[in-house]
Design a protein around this ligand. Sequence first.
Ligand SMILES: C[S@@+](CC[C@H](N)C(=O)[O-])C[C@H]1O[C@@H](n2cnc3c(N)ncnc32)[C@H](O)[C@@H]1O
Length: 289
Amino acid sequence: MRNEKAFSRDGFYRFVLEANLMLHRNVAESGRRIVSRWLRTHEPKGVIRILDLACGGAPISICNMTRHFDTYQFDYTGIDINPDQIVAAKSFEYPSNFRKIELHEGNAWHFGDLVKGQHFDIVFSGMNLHHGIPEEILAVMMQVKSVLAPNGLLISHDFFRPETEAYLRRPALDPETGEPFCMIPPEALSRIDTKNLPQFKSPGIEERSDWRQPFITKYRLALAQREAAQQGVEEIMAHVNARDYPVSINELIEIARLAGVALEQVPMEADKEPMKDYFCLLSGQTTSN
Ligand SMILES: C[S@@+](CC[C@H](N)C(=O)[O-])C[C@H]1O[C@@H](n2cnc3c(N)ncnc32)[C@H](O)[C@@H]1O
């Protein structure tokens, strides 16, 4: 995904954001309530440190969740693997209550060295976790737990498989290029204890009914209704087809629990949004285990 066109400057993802097809506006609104409650509960004293995993070039969600709290100051650290997105993020207009902006080009699924010795009050992950297989999600959650400060908050906006559909595991290799799809270097992943992970039974290819196809049909229709450029539509659909094999909301909650993070779904008022059944906001804090 390092140089994927749809997720580069002037790429089609910007259109998707503006059309609110992944509910970024609803996420910002509900996320603001979460941040507000967290501020009231914990009354943090100093500058609030934010870590944004796979921030992209326009980190609108976390910025819109925090910009209204003008009696607080925030230090922002964003990580993205796409150099073009890091350049874009450098010229993004951050809220006036953001004191310091730090951007790293690197792997947000294996980020320990990029933020060595640092802790964060808020970790945000937007449209990112659906690229991982369960073991990788567990590994990234363990990293999140280790960088969250006491009382720290995790906020996650992502794409999920409906609970009623069978899990489909992401293929090991990109069928187009033969490159591995892995988000975490295999030797690092092999050090993670996965024995408590629930069984994710992926049906064999011959019995697969790919639940993503009705999703793609709906998504195409919603884009067509918004007069999206055909080339951009094809780029996004190719990405979903090749790479997006998300877990369900309950599975993510269970994986996070195993890593010591208690996540719960955050209600959003998104009744009018055509893709509302597939996108969700969760938030939570670390547990003491
Ligand atoms: C769908 S965009 C999400 C952008 C933004 N966080 C949002 O909420 O809209 C996915 C982003 O993840 C980045 N990405 C993909 N794999 C990554 C990785 N291993 N480490 C860091 N960033 C990654 C891409 O470059 C892209 O900017």
